[in-house]
Design a protein around this ligand. Sequence first.
Ligand code: NAI
Length: 218
Amino acid sequence: MYDKAISSAVIKRLPRYYRYLGELLENDVVRISSKELSEKMNVTASQIRQDLNNFGGFGQQGYGYNVEYLYTEIGKILGLDKKYNVIIIGAGNLGQALANYTDFERRGFYICGIFDVNPRLVGMSIRGIEIYLIDELEEFMKKTPVHIAALTIPKAKAPQVAQELVRLGVRAIWNFAPTDLNLPKDVMVENVHLAESLMRLSYNLKAVEESKGIEKSK
Ligand code: NAI
C-alpha cells in the first residue's frame, strides 16, 4: 500500500511504463537511467522521476533503474501479479475478437466464459472458451468467481445487462458499448471507445491541416 493517493494521470501512464520496460526486458536490458527511458518514451526525465517517486522511487542515484525490478513493481502496482477471471457478454464481432486475443492471459486476465442471447452460438467455443446462453450466467458464477465482465453487446441492451451483472456480484465492467452505464459507485467501469479515440485523431489532423492552411496563406 502507498501512503498517498496517486493521481489518475499517473495511473494512466503506468501501463505505458510497464510496456516499455517489458520490451527492454525482452531485449535483456538490465538497467536504464531516467534520461534513457525518457528518450525512448518521449516524456521528460523529470516526469518519470516524479511519477515513480509516488511509489517510493525505485531508482538509485548514478545507477538508474533496475529494469526487471521496476517492471515487477509496476506490475504489482497495477495488480498484474494477480489472476483475474474475465467473462465476455456478447459473442459477436467484437466479443469474438477479444476472445481470440491471446495476450490478455500473459497479463493475468483469463477469459473463462462467453455469454450471448443467441441460442445458435451456444456450444461453440473460441480458443477453447465456451459460449453459453446468458441465462446460464447465474449458475456459472456460483461455480466460477468472475472479476471482470467485458460488455460487447448492442448499446440499447448494455445498461440493463450491466445492472444484472452487478446484481450477480460483478464489480468491474470493461464497457465497449457506446453508452453510459450509471452503476453504483462501488462498481468500476472502464469505458473503451475506439470511435472517441478516432475523433481525437481527427481533431489533431484537422488542427495540422488548418495550421498548414495558415502557413500557406501567409
Ligand atoms: P455484433 O452484433 O456482432 O454482436 C453483438 C452480440 O451481442 C450478438 O452476438 C448478440 O446476439 C449479443 N447480444 C445482444 N443482446 C444481448 C444480451 N442482452 N445479452 C447477451 N448478448 C447479447 O456487434 P459488435 O460489432 O460485436 O459490437 C458489439 C458492441 O460493441 C456494440 O455496442 C458496438 O457499438 C460496440 N463496439 C464498440 C467498439 C469500441 O470501440 N468500444 C468498437 C466496435 C464495436
